[in-house]
Structures are given as C-alpha cells and as structure tokens.
Design a protein around this ligand. Structure first.
Ligand code: AMP
Length: 280
C-alpha cells in the first residue's frame, strides 16, 4: 500500500491503474478506522482493481463548537488496518492540499440538508461534506464510491450531488456495522466513558423496539422514545422520514428511515434503521 499526500501523486497512480484496465473504487473517510470503515474497504476490494481510501479530517464539515481539534487521529494505526484489508492507496493530504489559499467554492444541496443533522449541526455540515466529496471525486475519478448507511442522510446528499452534477460515480451504501451489543460503530465512540458506553446501547435498542412496534402495527415513535427515556436520553431528534426524500412521514406506506441523534456523555451519536413498507 502507498501513502500519498498530493493530488498529483494520486492522479498519476490512478492514471497508471486505468491504463492497465483496472476499475477504481474510492472510500472517503476521516480515519480512526473501525470495522465499519474496513467493511467499506473490503467491499471496494471485491469489485475494483484499484482501491483508494482517503483519510482526511475535513475541517469545513465541523462547526465552531464541534470536535475538529479533538477528533481521534492515528495515521500509523489506520495505515496498518487499511493495508491489512488490501487497500492500494491511502490518500492522506494536508488541509492545504485540499483547501489551498483562494479556495472559494462550496457545493450546497438544498432541501434534504435542511433537516435532521443539517438542522442540528447547521448548514455548514453538509456543505462541507458535499464540497469535499465532490473534490475527492474530481481527484480520484472513481467508478464507484463506498459510504456507510450509518450516515444515511450523508448518502442521500452525496447521491443528490452525483445526480445533479452528473458526476458519473456509482454510490454504494453499505450496511451499518455494530458492536456485539448493538451500538453502531463510530470513531466518536472513544469519547464514551464506561457509564455513557452502557447508556449508548439505548439508541440501537430504541430502533429495535421501533421495528417490533412496526411489525406489530403499533405506533413506532412512542416505542422508541420509551427506550431512550428509560435510559435517560433526551434525543436531539428522533424522526420517521421517507427513505428517499427525507420528507416527514406518519405511517410507513413507503420505506422509511427512523433516525436518531443524541448526546450521550461526551459524544454526539447518530443511528438509524430502515423500516420496510408495511404489507397492505
Ligand atoms: P467517517 O470516517 O466517520 O467519516 O466515516 C467514513 C465512512 O465510513 C462513511 O461513509 C461512514 O458512513 C462509514 N461508516 C462509519 N461508521 C460506520 C458503521 N458503523 N458501519 C458502516 N459504515 C460506517
């Protein structure tokens, strides 16, 4: 595996692979790898002759009161993990390589960015995501890019950008990887102390309770809220939304996402679950 720092080096490496007829899979990440990240890399490895992983803690998607400065960083460990699953190129640029002096462009997606994490974290968040992902696509020009369903709204935002700007990249959404007790894996789980770590299981348990209520034809949100309340968690949001448009839904007559965000101890955690359309 090669660790590359510059756009020019990545372009050259991708060009060589293309000349050999290889297809290119990209996995954008902010590092602090866990099994969720590795699952995306393995999926990319299965389908492409060249697998590029970007490791870039993107400053523009963090708000002024968020955890940019404390976000976990360990490139040596990440490089070893990426190599262990067969990644070809780890692209780990400095911020100045991505945002040189004079950088002045923002990709803004309207509508779906204004709710949920867009409302909680502010408009800058998805502007930052859309802009950096578009730039990474321009650098790597992958055939496919792999994202986790853990960040369900992010997947929809990226799909919207690709469609609207005709970027010609296939977006592959991979299932949420969880700890044995159900907690969705996240780089931010390291912020949880023992008490908060135990409390955090309530998020996935709330989604499980919602699925059970849905299957039984009972109300979905109260079932989930009860589990959170029992654990002493007051969510930033717990919302049922159309899985494609993120429009609010009352009943699951199309596939719907139940999405939750909550502060648990020192971490802000998100999780979601797809509720399939109820049989008529
Ligand atoms: P991050 O480094 O947190 O920006 O995440 C990089 C990619 O990994 C994103 O597409 C995430 O959705 C994905 N990811 C993060 N956690 C998980 C998880 N538990 N399961 C699956 N994918 C994940």
């Amino acid at each position: 595996m090669r660790i590359l720092r510059t756009i020019a080096e990545v372009r050259a490496a991708v060009g060589d692979a293309r000349a050999e007829g290889r297809t290119v899979g990209l996995v954008p990440t902010m590092g602090a790898f866990h099994e969720g990240h590795l699952s995306l890399m393995r999926e990319a490895r299965m389908h492409h002759g060249l697998v590029v992983v970007s490791l870039f803690v993107n400053p523009t998607q963090f708000g002024p009161n968020e955890d940019l400065s404390t976000y976990p960083r360990d490139e040596t460990r990440d490089a070893a993990l990426a190599e262990s699953v067969g990644v070809d190129i780890l692209f780990a640029p400095d911020p100045s390589e991505i945002y040189p002096d004079g950088f002045a462009t923002t990709i803004h997606v309207a509508g779906i960015t204004e709710v949920l994490d867009g409302a909680s974290r502010g408009a800058h968040h998805f502007d930052g995501v859309a802009t950096v992902v578009t730039k990474l696509f321009g650098i790597v020009r992958p055939d496919c890019a792999y994202f986790g369903q853990k960040d369900a709204q992010q997947v929809l935002v990226v799909r919207r950008v690709v469609r609207d700007l005709d970027l010609g990249v296939r977006i592959v959404a991979c299932p949420i990887v969880r700890e044995p007790d159900g907690l969705a894996m996240s780089s931010r789980n390291v912020y949880l102390d023992a008490e908060a770590r135990a409390q955090a299981t309530a998020l996935s348990r709330a989604l499980d309770a919602a699925e059970i209520a849905h299957a039984a034809g009972d109300s979905i949100l109260p079932a989930a809220l009860a589990v959170l309340a029992e654990a002493g968690i007051d969510p930033e949001y717990l919302e049922l939304r159309d899985a494609e448009t993120l429009a609010p839904v009352e009943r699951v007559d199309h596939d719907a996402l139940l999405l939750v965000a909550a502060r648990v101890g020192a971490a802000r955690l998100i999780d979601n679950h797809l509720l399939r359309r109820s049989p008529a």
